[in-house]
Design a protein around this ligand. Sequence first.
Ligand code: NAD
Length: 503
Amino acid sequence: MRDIQHFVNAAAAAGRSGRFGEVFDPNTGEVQARVALASVEDVDLAVQAAAQAQPRWAAVNPQRRARVMFEYKRLVEARLEELANLLSSEHGKVVADSKGDFQRGLEVIEFACGIPHAMKGEYTEGAGPGIDVYSLRQPLGVVAGITPFNFPAMIPMWMFGVAIAVGNTFILKPSEKDPSVPVRLAELFAEAGANLGMDLKGVLNVVHGDKTAVDAILDHPAIQAVSFVGSSDIAQYVYSRGTANGKRVQAMGGAKNHGLILPDADLDQAVKDIVGAAYGSAGERCMALPVAVPVGRKTAEAFREKMIAEIETLRVGVSTDAAAQYGPVVSAAHRDKIAGYIKLGVEEGAELVVDGRDFRLQGFEKGFFIGPTLFDHVKPSMKTYQEEIFGPVLQMVRAETFEEALALPSQHQYGNGVAIFTRNGRAAREFASRVQVGMVGINVPIPVPVAYHSFGGWKRSAFGDANQHGMEGVRFYTKVKTVTARWPEGDVTDAAFHMPTMN
Ligand code: NAD
């Protein structure tokens, strides 16, 4: 059986814990590899490597650091096919979605190619008589990222792309469910440096693991900042423990994104968009759209009818099936959890219109598949509405008025993304202004901001006050130093001015 090891100082590291996790192929349901689970000592060794490398890396001028990012982008793109297949084989998403996972991550690397510009400070001439003031952005030192299973390429790149470009060194603790791609990302980063004649040992390190590794990161005194993305309870835990230890922490959590369909929407387009956003990647996206809110009975009836027809055309297949819209979910436990929510939805009194629980793929009966599922007449009081399901389940919550519809995402515990489908600019503007959610799409079902803007939700979807990537990322991974300078007056030919002495 293949062993997936840590990656420290630009080399594979076996780890000393003797503990391993199982890595599955979600298509077949079989274990395909073992991943090393770090001990406190394993984390410490990686932090030592990062700490040793950091001053040297921070001293590399920003345009040379940017050149590493250019080369890195080239290397990842050149291997996209191989990398996307590797990602799909552990995650289960179809290969086209895996390519998107890399593409969106590479956009952050592109942003990082412009880091010299983003790092420029500010300068005030003559803030007082003969006094100038300027501010600098300096890296924090060693920083860490803890990432979820659902975007094993994009989310690590959101974090280390910016963190490393500004001069930090990085410890990545990826999800133990699909750990191979993060290691390949770190190997290619070391290769990018080598191609430019630079030794990047210790700049980007990967330690795999579970709670033990996460706690070791949160408690390590040499780690200055932690970025986390995952489910909300763990995000809150990471935020509390990390900040209690004096670290800077940004911790993104779960989601329950709503899509409002106003009576004047282009319904055919909205249905197509919502099918992709609800069922794509088996619903395992924090920006998926699992709640549809049609406004008015006529809209609801028409939406439901078109949605049922569209679901019938969906093809669920193995992740290498180029014609499939989505593949298996990540694990048997997750499939069972989703099926449990479907059962609960029925018990709570929602109408189960399409039931995906009996879906079986011939030849892959042990794969972690679940068919597209649709509920209607879901009520805000239901647990299945209040919680994140994170599977291919779309819930219709009918609203009578715009105000009623606007209140649903605004009052929900999560506030990651939201979308509105309408032709009415005024309604869309009002909605975008008033809705209590961090990322808003207007006729855009999955409003993930481009890399030079920033990503972040509100309420229980994010703890801490800094978003991911863009200038928010630059600010999160740097500290500001402000210098106030006054130069002595007098004749510059004066010897004492040239070289001050004790006299
Ligand atoms: P998860 O919370 O189970 O795991 C995330 C990370 O935390 C992993 O690295 C994992 O090893 C670690 N972890 C797990 N249990 C832990 C514990 N008890 N103590 C300390 N660390 C622990 O999340 P997941 O299942 O990998 O990912 C899916 C979740 O991530 C969903 O809730 C989804 O909405 C969310 N997500 C959010 C965003 C966002 O930007 N808001 C993006 C992607 C995914």
